[in-house]
Design a protein around this ligand. Structure first.
Ligand code: PAF
Length: 285
């Protein structure tokens, strides 16, 4: 497994691979790898000749006061896990190289980024699309793989790739869950034991919504009222949003028709967790 820090070296390596006719898959990460990432990597491994992962905690997607400084980092552990998962190259650039002095260019997807997480995290999507555009330019992958746990992020990146005619495929994979249904996230490490108990209410709320949908309920307000109760009755929880939205526009809907998503962001203690469920998809653990 190669570890590449320099942008030029990564570019050269990709050019060489492409010249040899090899396909490249990319799994972008911010490190502190967990089973959710490993699932994406195993998939990436099976789809291309060369599997690249990026490890970079991207400062531009954090707002002032968020957890950029204390975001969990453990590079040595990540290297060991990546090796086991069959990663060929870890690309781990520095901020001096990614955002050198005088840096002025950002990529912004409009409208859909103003909904859901965009309401409380104003810089988030601009930072994500900018870093992903940069990674796609540097690594030049044939495909890039994202988890659908961050459903809005996944849709925003697809939109950017479509709109900017980027030449790669975006693959979205289902959420990997711990026992009890908690969606895997690097931020789960922040949760104290009792908070972790309360965090299970996110999955319980999605499950209830899914059950109601399967029994024929299509009124979003009826489902939301029941689902919210499950979260609100647990200690330490504060709902940031609980919305049923169109999977395309991310705008709230009153009836479940077409591709529709139940999207949740909940603060559990000091930790903000997100989760979602596309009605009609499987929600098994
Ligand atoms: O989902 C993440 O871990 C990050 O938002 C990503 C896509 C790696 C961009 O920094």
């Amino acid at each position: 497994m190669e570890i590449i820090e320099s942008i030029e070296a990564m570019r050269d390596r990709s050019r060489e691979l492409r010249r040899e006719g090899k396909t490249i898959s990319l799994v972008p990460t911010m490190g502190y790898l967990h089973e959710g990432h490993l699932f994406l990597m195993r998939d990436g491994r099976s789809r291309a000749d060369c599997l690249v992962i990026s490890i970079y905690v991207n400062p531009t997607q954090f707002s002032p006061g968020e957890d950029f400084e204390r975001y969990p980092r453990d590079f040595e552990r990540d290297v060991a896990l990546a090796k086991q998962a069959g990663v060929d190259i870890i690309f781990c650039p520095t901020s001096n190289d990614m955002y050198p002095e005088g840096y002025l260019t950002y990529v912004n997807v409009e409208k859909m980024t103003a909904e859901l997480c965009g309401l409380t995290r104003p810089n988030y999507f601009r930072g994500v699309t900018t870093i992903c555009a940069k990674l796609f330019n540097i690594v030049a992958p044939h495909l890039a793989i994202f988890g659908k746990k961050d459903f809005q992020q996944y849709q925003v990146i697809r939109q950017m790739v479509r709109d900017l005619n980027m030449e790669l495929e975006i693959v979205g994979l289902p959420t990997v869950r711990e026992n009890g249904g908690l969606a895997m996230s690097s931020r789960n490490v922040y949760l104290a034991a009792q908070e972790r108990e309360s965090a299970l209410s996110l999955y319980a709320a999605l499950k209830l919504a899914d059950d109601m949908y399967r029994q024929g309920e299509r009124d979003a307000r009826v489902i939301l009222a029941e689902a919210r109760k499950i979260i609100e009755e647990r200690p330490y929880t504060v709902i940031d949003y609980a919305k049923i939205v169109s999977a395309q526009s991310m705008k709230e809907v009153t009836r479940i028709e077409g591709e529709t998503v139940f999207a949740l962001a909940v603060k559990v203690g000091a930790t903000r967790l997100i989760d979602n469920h596309v009605f009609g998809d499987s929600l098994e653990i």
